[in-house]
Design a protein. Structure first.
Length: 283
């Protein structure tokens, strides 16, 4: 069984692409995954365009059927600029229906708000009927509980593919961080428990002066081929305040012995290449 998990992220909203609001989801999702020994494989930003959202969600559902977990943040409300629920239904080729469990949760929230405001509970009032649209999801999905205000998200989950410990799925949460982040944590701890490697990852690197990445590529490929489980990275810079034009060349991994051996091979190759080396870094 594979203990790894491919995780993707879709972030929806014109306000992110226009710069009206700064995205906070990417960094937080990386943090939540890292705490569980997981990492983010890819992320996409998409505006409030139904056709584009649908296209991205088709890709997300295809990845989920192969075992990936994808989080979609934003656009699941019931205002005219919210298109995620409709796009998900279109991508799945399913009708939109009021989810019975979502309906009860939304009604419960209405009761709470009415009591807080010392008002009568009037579920047939037009604005309350409109609020039920927030529970209209593609047929057959599951809900994601929302601890902030009970208005749920939804999920399309799949059985684990052969060789996978958990099944894939696409999980839809609101754009508001105060709601989205605990909902994402709930998904990770409920549906993705037991996967991920919580061992810390380390890096060892060296500053290389006067070399081009293309000329160092064969060495990098050779180090990765000789040390499975280790990744080689190359970070070029043209205007570093201390080192100027240089390349930070290094290796990263979780097994200290493998990391040390790979780094020794990398240094030996750089010396054979005649590269001018600067400081060595350990993270």
């Amino acid at each position: 069984m594979s203990s790894t998990l491919t995780v993707g992220l879709v972030i929806v909203g014109d306000e992110i692409l226009s710069g009206k609001r700064a995205d906070k989801h990417l960094a937080k999702v990386i943090e939540l995954l890292g705490a569980r020994g997981l990492s983010l494989a890819w992320a996409r930003y998409v505006g409030d365009d139904r056709a584009r959202i649908t296209a991205d969600l088709r890709d997300a559902f295809a990845a989920a059927r192969e075992g990936a977990v994808v989080f979609s943040c934003g656009g699941i409300g019931a205002t005219p600029d919210d298109h995620t629920r409709q796009s998900a239904a279109q991508a799945l080729h399913r009708p939109l229906l009021l989810h019975p469990q979502a309906r009860e949760l939304i009604l419960e929230r209405m009761r709470e708000v009415a009591a807080e405001q010392n008002q009568p509970f009037e579920p047939e009032r037009p604005d309350n009927l409109h609020r039920l649209n927030m529970g209209v999801f593609p047929e057959g999905v599951e809900i994601i509980p929302n601890p902030y205000n009970r208005i749920p998200g939804f999920a399309q989950r799949y059985a684990p593919p052969a060789g996978h410990a958990v099944g894939g799925g696409v999980y839809f949460v609101p754009g508001f961080p105060v709601m989205a982040w605990p909902m994402i944590e709930w998904v990770l701890d409920t549906h993705c428990a037991g996967v991920g490697d919580r061992r810390p990852q380390s890096e060892r690197s060296v500053i290389v002066f006067g070399a081009m990445e293309a000329s160092l590529t064969p060495l990098m490929e050779g180090v990765e081929a000789a040390h499975p489980g280790i990744k080689v990275f190359s970070l070029p810079s043209v205007d570093h305040p201390e080192w100027g034009r240089h390349i930070e060349l290094g290796v990263k991994g979780q097994e200290p012995a493998l990391l040390a051996a790979a780094y020794a091979r990398l240094l030996a190759g750089l010396h054979q290449f005649g590269a001018k080396l600067g400081p060595e870094l350990v993270r």
